[in-house]
Write a protein that binds this ligand. Structure first.
Ligand SMILES: C[S@@+](CC[C@H](N)C(=O)[O-])C[C@H]1O[C@@H](n2cnc3c(N)ncnc32)[C@H](O)[C@@H]1O
Length: 251
């Protein structure tokens, strides 16, 4: 993280330090980290990551996916001769990969094809929520009504105001931990489409370049990379060319 994020990190850690660990300041916490890093690391990461996400966030991207990207890949036999592989990189609590799964299931009902989605995040807490696939009703408002009817299950307890993602959508997504700071990304296969939106915005420029290079290595030639709307790639040297706003294709 760049130095400008110092106040943000301090604010996030304050609660863990004072309330949970009962410490008097960051000096004590640094000594504690020195002795207990493996045990504390998960809590540290959970406290400092920003996990804001939504279903159908930056919705135009899902139109680009079904109108341009999937047809272009299917024309090359991807999704037909073998499953289309999509990676939601920095998936938070799951709305992005589940949106992808709903949109692609809906597409596949009209144009038969096979696909699989992998969702990864460094934060274990959000991955647990993602695997459970249970969300407050208010959170699913952005999902178009026909998809809500088809792919969401209402809680049996009407007072609970919760919905669950239907098994056919949950089964299309695998969640696993992955830290973008790792030198190699541990995914079983190269991907055809990567959504890495609203994640690298938190890294400094040098790390952004390294992460983007690794994402490109994980992408098949001709594969597509979707970035968040605040994340222009013009300052980086990468084997990508723009095809739509914040959508790039590997050359
Ligand atoms: C703001 S959320 C974006 C979620 C989703 N992509 C979206 O656009 O709605 C950013 C996610 O990136 C994850 N993240 C931050 N640093 C990471 C790292 N070094 N490796 C993997 N994930 C990271 C955070 O845990 C968080 O869940």
């Amino acid at each position: 993280m760049p130095p400008a994020k110092k106040a943000l990190v301090a604010g996030r850690l304050h609660r863990r330090l004072r309330r949970t660990l009962g410490m008097d300041g960051f000096g004590t916490y640094c000594t504690y980290l020195h002795d207990w890093l493996p045990a504390e690391l998960t809590h540290l990461i959970d406290a400092i990551t920003t996990n804001k996400t939504d279903f159908f966030r930056e919705a135009a991207h899902f139109e680009v996916l079904t109108h341009h990207v999937v047809p272009a890949l299917m024309a090359e036999g991807i999704g037909v001769q073998r499953p289309l592989r999509v990676w939601s990189a920095g998936c938070s609590s799951g709305p992005e990969p589940y949106t992808l799964a709903m949109v692609l299931s809906d597409y596949a009902a009209r144009h038969p094809m096979a696909f699989h989605i992998t969702g990864t995040d460094v934060c274990t807490e959000v991955l647990e929520t993602a695997r459970a696939g249970i969300y407050p009703e208010a959170m699913v408002d952005p999902i178009p009504l026909p998809l809500r009817k088809r792919y969401l299950l209402r809680s049996r307890d009407p007072g609970a105001a919760l919905v669950r993602i239907a098994p056919e959508v949950r089964d299309a997504v695998t969640f696993r931990p992955l830290n973008f700071m790792d030198s190699v990304y541990d995914l079983p296969e190269r991907q055809d489409v990567i959504f890495c939106r609203n994640v690298i915005i938190y890294f400094d420029h040098e790390r952004q370049q390294r992460v983007l290079e690794r994402l490109c290595r994980t992408l098949h030639p001709g594969g597509f990379l979707f970035m968040g709307h605040a994340e222009t790639l013009t300052d980086f040297t990468l084997p990508l060319h723009p095809v739509a706003p914040m959508v790039y294709r590997k050359t």
